[in-house]
Design a protein around this ligand. Structure first.
Ligand code: KG4
Ligand code: ZN
Length: 335
């Protein structure tokens, strides 16, 4: 079966062709980062217009890279929730139109479920159960995944998502958007123990990053003056490293704790923040120590992509599910 996946929920326009929910024949991702960068974040209206411009070329690219023609397709899977509503509408409308014109089924997919299941494309033999940490710009949550389709939410952020915290802290330091990759890079030159930022929300599986963000803001404020901006005596690398250490420690500790307490021996990490080099190292270290097997997909499957959407759509289709052409995208939706 040939599945076309389409993803347009935020600032990446992506299309992928996946065979039998297993083999990625192509995965094309057009990022809008440069366009949103001057605004310090994603501008929803601009994102929708850019998806409109890029989606068909991205789909054509995915098809030709896979050496697949439109009539060869058997199923279209598209992110239908959650995300920016205007951005979602572009992908969902295109998916409906293609499916209708080809007379094939289409299926709306939850973006977060796509992120979790992405690991199965790289590790087809993972099996269940496992604990999944989903850490992206829009979500930070821990799930106990018993089998495909059975996701028990163990905990989630009470305020900012982890990626959002990276982006906001970067802004405080006058660094470009998105902040995650920049902070990751600067932190490599800094001392993670230089500033004792708070860890926040120690009990249970919920996360909170707003206190940490405020602590960074207060620290940076000591070095900022109205007329001269940031004082060069502020060691930005140390701030980046100390902030990152606080986020990574919290994410890794809670994930390993959840796996141990749930009696689960496998952990997967998903979402854009899973690209963070310190988080990757720390997850490897703490999982090994706890005797837990870690599944950490490569960067291309951590960030927003359409291969994960194709796989997720395929698995739902296999269970006999289809979406109707009346399907409306939703800005928010529980998994
Ligand atoms: O999953 P994703 O591509 O989009 C959403 O669904 O949100 O995640 C994007 C988020 C952004 O907040 C970005 O700053 C963060 O992931 N991110 C990182 C890194 N690369 C991307 N955060 C920390 N370290 C990174 N290397
Ligand atoms: Zn995402």
């Amino acid at each position: 079966m040939l599945i076309l996946g389409v993803e347009s929920s935020c600032d990446e326009t992506a299309a992928a062709v996946v065979r039998d929910g297993r083999e990625i024949l192509s995965s094309v991702i057009a990022s809008q980062i440069e366009m949103h960068e001057p605004f310090g974040g994603v501008v929803p209206e601009l994102a929708s217009r850019e998806h409109l411009k890029n989606l068909m070329p991205v789909i054509s690219d995915a098809l030709s890279t896979a050496s697949v023609a439109l009539p060869d397709l058997d199923l279209i899977a598209v992110t239908s929730a959650p995300g920016l509503i205007g951005a979602l509408l572009v992908g969902v409308s295109a998916a409906k139109a293609i499916a209708y014109s080809l007379g094939i089924p289409f299926i709306g997919v939850h973006h977060g479920e796509g992120h979790i299941l992405a690991a199965h494309l790289e590790y087809p033999d993972i099996g269940y159960p496992y604990v999944a940490l989903l850490a992206s710009g829009g979500h930070t949550a821990l799930y106990h995944v018993r089998e495909f389709g059975k996701y028990s939410l163990l905990g989630q952020t009470r305020d900012d998502a982890a990626g959002e915290a990276f982006d906001k802290v970067a802004k405080l330091l006058d660094l470009p958007y998105p902040g995650g990759p920049v902070i990751d890079r600067l932190a490599q030159q800094g001392d993670p123990r230089a500033i004792a930022f708070p860890r926040g929300q120690r009990e249970g599986y919920d996360f909170s990053f707003s206190g940490l963000k405020t602590a960074v803001r207060n620290h940076v404020a000591l070095f900022r003056s109205k007329d001269k901006g940031l004082d060069p005596s502020l060691n930005i690398n140390d701030v980046a490293a100390s902030f990152q250490a606080a986020v990574v420690e919290t994410l890794a500790d809670k994930t390993v704790k959840a796996a141990k307490e749930q009696g689960v021996s496998k952990v997967i990490v998903a979402g854009g923040v899973a690209a963070n080099s310190m988080l990757r190292q720390e997850m490897h270290r703490s999982c090994e120590k706890a005797g837990i097997t870690l599944y950490l997909p490569g960067m291309g499957l951590c960030i927003d992509n359409a291969a994960m959407i194709a796989l997720t759509g395929y698995l739902h289709y296999q269970r006999g599910e289809r979406s109707s052409l009346d399907l409306n995208p939703a800005a928010s939706a529980a998994l």
